[in-house]
Write a protein that binds this ligand. Structure first.
Ligand SMILES: Nc1ncnc2c1ncn2[C@@H]1O[C@H](COP(=O)(O)OP(=O)(O)OP(=O)(O)O)[C@@H](O)[C@H]1O
Length: 328
């Protein structure tokens, strides 16, 4: 990684990707509409949003694979529209459907890419072997890719990114169509990329997975970024709270008493004697006192971070015409 980092123009502290007013129009329609964002080195950044919101088009502009109508994006200090090859050399891209040669083996596929990339012949075998072993494909290195499952193809895609020692990995819906075990393994590999300082940008509809692995997310809607930040920040912004406390308790007027606790923004009755509170702080001690105060019986008290799913659902329900641009 270090050899390539020194060649690129992105500074150690500055963003590795910076978009300003980035726009893509088809005819009169802006499918990506003047978006701004910065992504720091080593960050795992999630692009979220409904189908057609503009996530893939944004990715393609970063890679120089589709025209930029106006605005700009800088990737490791390069302009992908003017220097697509410099970007391509340093950025790994795993599209939704990874294209490999089915009749070639895993090793042969990587060797082909390595040659195209101009990797030194003496280095190729070692890099390919190390990359395949990193993603757990060493045992099937000599098998034709035609025999690979989707999970194995996805891992081969990551091996290619590792082999080329990319500084940034861009993954479009990387876990869609994977079974739960393959998903877990793949998320683990993304965590390893992050641990090595590789910046990861991924688009996904799997909100629980995104919440687990992403440092920050951007929520796209009709070509615009309507929310951006870390999940706890977004929880405060959208739900007005960063804690979810669940209470199971029996006693008179408990819901009303819970709602009176300072810092509680909402109390939902989930079932008889089951309540969910959203709050600005961890209100468990106050909730316990509220139950005891009415001689009630406390059965369960738990605290959690609000889910990205709740934020997403709340945002789209509460703001059908939402246009809180660049809210972070
Ligand atoms: N070549 C094209 N010509 C016209 N419109 C296009 C073209 N490519 C994409 N679009 C439109 O741009 C919009 C954004 O598409 P994009 O693929 O970026 O969305 P997305 O957020 O990645 O969606 P998904 O979650 O389905 O992958 C869509 O309305 C799509 O129909």
């Amino acid at each position: 990684m270090s050899g390539q980092s020194s060649k690129s123009q992105g500074t150690a502290q500055g963003p590795v990707i910076a978009a300003r007013g980035l726009t893509r129009r088809y005819g009169a329609t802006a499918v990506v509409d003047a978006i701004d964002f910065d992504i720091a080195r080593g960050e795992v950044f999630g692009l979220l949003g409904p189908n057609g919101a503009g996530k893939t088009t944004t990715i393609l502009m970063m890679l120089g694979l589709t025209e930029i109508s106006s605005g700009e994006v800088s990737v490791l200090g390069f302009n992908p529209a003017r220097e697509p090859l410099k970007v391509k050399r340093r950025v790994g891209y795993l599209p939704d459907a990874v294209g490999f040669y089915d009749q070639l083996t895993a090793t042969e596929n990587l060797a082909y890419t390595a040659k195209l990339m101009g990797l030194a012949r003496t280095e190729r075998a070692r890099l390919i072997e190390a990359a395949l072993s990193r993603v757990g494909l060493a045992d099937v290195a000599s098998k034709r890719v035609a025999t690979f499952s989707r999970g194995m193809r996805q891992r081969l895609g990551l091996a290619e990114i590792i082999m080329k020692r990319a500084e940034i990995a861009i993954l479009d819906e990387p876990t869609s169509g994977l079974d739960p075990q393959a998903t877990q393994e793949f998320l683990g590999l993304i965590g390893e990329l992050k641990a090595e300082g590789i910046t990861v940008l991924l688009s996904s509809h799997m909100l629980d997975q995104v919440q687990r692995i992403c440092d920050r997310v951007a929520l796209f809607k009709a070509g615009r970024i309507v929310l951006m930040g870390a999940v706890p920040e977004l929880a405060v912004k959208v739900l007005g709270a960063s804690f979810v406390v669940e209470v199971e308790a029996e006693g008179p007027g408990i819901a009303r008493r819970l709602a009176l606790i300072p810092g509680v923004t909402e109390v939902e009755t989930l079932a008889v004697n089951r309540f969910r509170m959203t709050a600005e702080r961890d209100v468990r001690p106050d909730a316990a006192r509220a139950v005891v105060a009415v001689d009630g019986a406390l059965r369960k008290l738990s605290v959690d971070e609000p889910s990205l799913e709740a934020i997403y659902a709340h945002y789209f329900q509460a703001q059908p015409m939402g246009d809180v641009r660049h809210a972070a």
